[in-house]
Design a protein. Structure first.
Length: 255
């Protein structure tokens, strides 16, 4: 079987085109997203490939079926000069591409839980939004060891109208951040959860997560989050709130 790729604009509604994407975030950034259909020799769509900012790519199945591994391999080799990393739900694809210099970097778990009854309010947790970027931005940088936190916080709340943000204080000092939003499918998605390094493993993360889940009661029926498989502390924390693994995404680097 032979395959070919046909570049084009990504569908505004991937589900309507049979692309059962597991995350919507990349589809919301039309400026950075690049897209191509994968066709078989009979011109039938067997999948699609997307890449963002010329660095990350993912192969997507059609109508709930993963594309043939050979089709995925063809599409990845076609886009390889443009990217450095691959995200794939197909472990066998990673093995097949090993000879092309693909090395597994990490596995990412999506966790899911019913939202009803989770969490409780916390007196030291207060809402924040883009208007609080001057306070939340530097805290974001310290927690996640990045630069440009002010811009990140401001842009996030400007981009998503249904985003929530919470800031945790300890003795008046800002020490933790939480952010979430409602996905187009109506579920709550945890985006940020972090505490200053010197205060980790002291229960602050649990209090922040509890407050975040409590704040969305009645707004969604389920909550999801993506966590690296190596982050045992985060997995244990979410496990305390009845989160269970839904799927595994493999991230690999192209040599």
């Amino acid at each position: 079987m032979s395959y070919k790729t046909v570049p084009g604009r990504p569908p505004a509604d991937p589900w309507a085109e049979g692309l059962y994407v597991r995350d919507w975030e990349a589809w919301l950034d039309d400026d950075g997203l690049r897209f191509a259909w994968i066709l078989d020799e009979d011109e039938r769509r067997v999948g699609a490939i997307r890449w963002v900012q010329d660095e990350v790519t993912q192969v997507i199945g059609v109508n709930g079926d993963e594309p043939p591994v050979e089709a995925s391999e063809y599409a990845l080799m076609w886009v390889k000069p443009r990217i450095t990393h691959v995200y794939s739900f197909q472990p066998e694809l990673l093995s097949l591409l090993g000879r092309q210099g693909l090395e597994l970097e990490a596995q990412i778990y999506q966790l899911r839980a019913p939202l009803a009854g989770l969490g409780q309010g916390e007196s030291d947790v207060v809402p924040f939004s883009s208007q609080h970027a001057e306070t939340a931005g530097p805290l974001y940088d310290k927690i996640f060891r990045t630069k440009g936190g002010r811009r990140t916080v401001f842009q996030y709340f400007q981009q998503f109208d249904n985003a929530n943000g919470l800031l945790l204080r300890n003795q008046g000092r800002p020490v933790g951040l939480f952010a979430d939003r409602l996905n187009p499918s109506g579920e709550m998605a945890v985006v940020w959860l972090g505490v200053l390094p010197d205060l980790r493993h002291q229960g602050f993360g649990r209090r922040l997560l509890s407050a975040g889940l409590h704040a969305r009661q009645g707004a969604a029926s389920e909550v999801v989050v993506q966590v690296e498989a190596s982050n045992e502390a985060a997995l244990n924390l979410y496990g305390q709130f009845r989160f269970e693994r839904e799927w595994t995404l493999n991230r690999a680097q192209l040599g």
